[in-house]
Structures are given as C-alpha cells and as structure tokens.
Design a protein around this ligand. Structure first.
Ligand code: ITT
Length: 194
C-alpha cells in the first residue's frame, strides 16, 4: 500500500503538478483531502519560513507526515519583489492573479532589465526529521500577458530557452522545468529511499 503524505496546500493546480511527478511510492493528499480548512498564516519573511510554518502546522494538529512549500516570483529590476508576497502583491486577501499581473506589468513599465526567476522551497517533515529542497527557473517578464494555461504569473513569465510563456507552454513543459518541478524532483529522489 502506498504511504500517505500530506501536501500542505489547497491549490489544485499545484497538487496536480506534484502528483504528476510523484507517481510511485507515495499517495499525495491535500489539506482539502484531510479536512483541514484552517487559515494557516504565512507570516514568515522568507519562502523557507513559510514552507516550514505550513508543514509544522499539519504535523502538530493532524499528526501526518507532511510537506509544505512556498514559491514566489523574484524580479531583478524590482530587487527581488514580489518574492514572498507574490500571492498578495496587489493587496487584499491575495490570489487575485489578474490584479497581481497587472501591478507587476505596471511596476515594470520602461524597465529594460526584465530578468526574473521563480523559486520554490519545500520543507518535509518525515519520521520526526526535517528536510529542505529547493528549485528555480530563470526567465523574463513579457510586456503583455499571453496564454491561458497555468496560474498566477504564468501568462507573463517566459522561461529561458523558450519563446512562449508558461501559460502558453502548458503543463507538459512546466512539469519538466518549473521551479516547483525541480524542487519536487529533489523531494522525489529523496523519497525513493523510503
Ligand atoms: P498555497 O495555498 O499553497 O499557499 P499559493 O497560490 O499561495 O498556494 P505559492 O505560495 O506556492 O501558491 O505561490 C505564491 C504565489 O506565487 C502564487 O499565488 C502565484 O501568484 C505565484 N506563483 C507560484 N508558483 C507559480 C507558478 O508555477 N506559476 C505562476 N505563478 C506562481
């Protein structure tokens, strides 16, 4: 029987991306699947802190082995913003992707350096120990949104080596080269030993 591991997220897109990569020895379940609807406050000032907060919350309250992740878009010309604030860049409760993208394009008006990267940090709590994995993908911010796949900043992020955005390239490419895919691959390599 597959061993159950909680991915501390409600984000169905992220869950699909991870399940696509971890196919073998673990059954990945979400916060929704375990009935956790608490508002886990992502109060850390780094991606690492937030990933740890999510994983520890689940372990402490529900007892499951668990991993939490946090990702963000870090733009060179904006000194690494929106970074840890990527989900709520445009304010409010966050997760308004259209507003976030609009604000990003506004902040970058006239910028000649359009280099950016997505970064993911995963914190895994397994058998009483804590482990950390990270992944990064470099690219540029386009001047207008293009494509309908994916989520968040995908319509304006063009990974290096491609002439289309993540939202045009879709899951097939994303599950190979995305920040999350790279961090999850490291996680999977590690999990194979269990
Ligand atoms: P959780 O419920 O797991 O917290 P989330 O949507 O907040 O889901 P993350 O913390 O991983 O997701 O990422 C924060 C934000 O960074 C996310 O809302 C997007 O705006 C952006 N982001 C992260 N990964 C992305 C990706 O693969 N493509 C586009 N935008 C991404």
């Amino acid at each position: 029987m597959k061993r159950k591991l909680v991915f501390a997220t409600h984000n169905a897109h992220k869950l699909d991306e991870v399940r696509d990569i971890v196919k073998d020895n673990f059954e990945i379940v979400s916060l929704t699947d375990i009935g956790c609807f608490d508002d886990i406050e992502e109060s850390g000032s780094t991606l690492e802190d937030n990933a740890r907060i999510k994983a520890r919350f689940v372990k402490e309250k529900y007892g499951y082995d668990c991993f939490g992740d946090d990702s963000g878009l870090e733009v060179d010309a904006l000194n690494g913003a929106p970074g840890v604030y990527s989900a709520r860049y445009a304010g409010g409760n966050g997760h308004d992707s259209e507003a976030n993208v609009k604000k990003l394009l506004h902040e970058m008006e006239g910028a000649s350096d359009r280099k950016a990267h997505f970064r993911t940090v995963i914190v895994l709590l397994l058998d009483g120990k804590e482990y950390q994995f990270d992944g990064r993908v470099d690219g540029t911010i386009t001047s207008t949104p293009q494509g309908n796949d994916g989520f968040g900043y995908d319509p304006v992020f063009q990974p290096d080596g491609f002439d289309k955005t993540f939202a045009q390239l879709g899951m097939e490419v994303k599950s190979e080269i995305s920040h999350r895919a790279r961090a999850v691959k490291k996680l999977c390599e590690f999990l194979k030993g269990f």
